[in-house]
Design a protein around this ligand. Structure first.
Ligand code: AP5
Length: 216
């Protein structure tokens, strides 16, 4: 299965991806997670990306496209992919059309999560993540069996540097200007499934599961 999951910051892309992976044996390719790993490891790419990410801006297309193309050539992508947070600009979408043609892995479904700004603000400011394995938590929801520590690897949870109201506004502006046109681009190809993601996660997943069940 070859799936893209799209939506604004805090719409639940990471949360839904964890659940989709229970259905399909495919790799989860989150450009945000890949970039954060590069930042943590102080790689050349991470040093370049950090400034953009901390400010809530998109990282330049050439950096992202090269990173995704390399990742898609790894053997686990033979089975397909769940791409989270990519493509986010029309340039990325056009480049990805070439990449997916080359590796003969055409997109089968685009899941577009839709949530209003007020709800996004609550989700983003209350989110906590595991800095080691990337698992996602929320101060008004589950915060680990041992409060504040990751259930998966026991690491203390942290808040992302870009999870402030100020940065969220910048990320939303980027989304409106650059990413919404990508959803229109895929709509034109008949691939988009819009999902009401403002409801509890289990209800969002029920919708996603139904859509993917029809595509597979
Ligand atoms: P990225 O990491 O992709 O961030 P994002 O798109 O801003 O999305 P988030 O990770 O913030 O949110 P999410 O939708 O995954 O929500 P989550 O499931 O965690 O990108 C970060 C940065 O990297 C970008 O700003 C950019 O700089 C750069 N970047 C990445 N990709 C790029 C690209 N292609 N091009 C250029 N630059 C790129 O949920 C959020 C919270 O809500 C959690 O606490 C969760 O528990 C809770 N929650 C989730 N679903 C529900 C629900 N249904 N009900 C209640 N709570 C919920």
């Amino acid at each position: 299965m070859n799936i893209l999951i799209m939506g604004p910051a805090g719409s639940g892309k990471g949360t839904m991806s964890e659940k989709i992976l229970e259905l399909y044996d495919i790799p989860h390719i989150s450009t945000g997670d890949m970039l954060r790993e590069n930042v943590r490891n102080n790689t050349e790419l991470g040093i370049k990306a950090k400034e953009y990410m901390d400010a809530g801006h998109l990282v330049p297309d050439d950096v992202i496209n090269a990173m995704v193309e390399k990742r898609l050539q790894e053997p686990d992508c033979e089975k397909g992919y769940l791409l989270d947070g990519y493509p986010r600009t029309l340039v990325q979408a056009e480049t990805f059309a070439e990449i997916s043609d080359r590796v003969q892995k055409p997109i089968e479904a685009v899941i577009a999560l839709e949530v209003g700004f007020e709800e996004l603000e609550k989700r983003i400011t209350g989110r906590r993540i595991c800095p080691k394995c990337g698992a996602i938590y929320h101060v008004n929801g589950h915060m680990g069996n041992k409060y504040g520590y990751c259930d998966v690897c026991g690491t203390e949870l942290v808040q992302r540097r870009d999870d402030t109201v100020e940065q969220l506004k910048v990320r939303m502006d980027e989304y409106e200007a650059s990413t919404k046109p990508v959803i229109d681009y895929y709509s034109g190809k008949g691939l988009v499934h819009k999902i009401d993601a403002s409801v509890p996660a289990d209800e969002v997943f029920a919708q996603v599961k139904e859509v993917l069940g029809k595509v597979a």
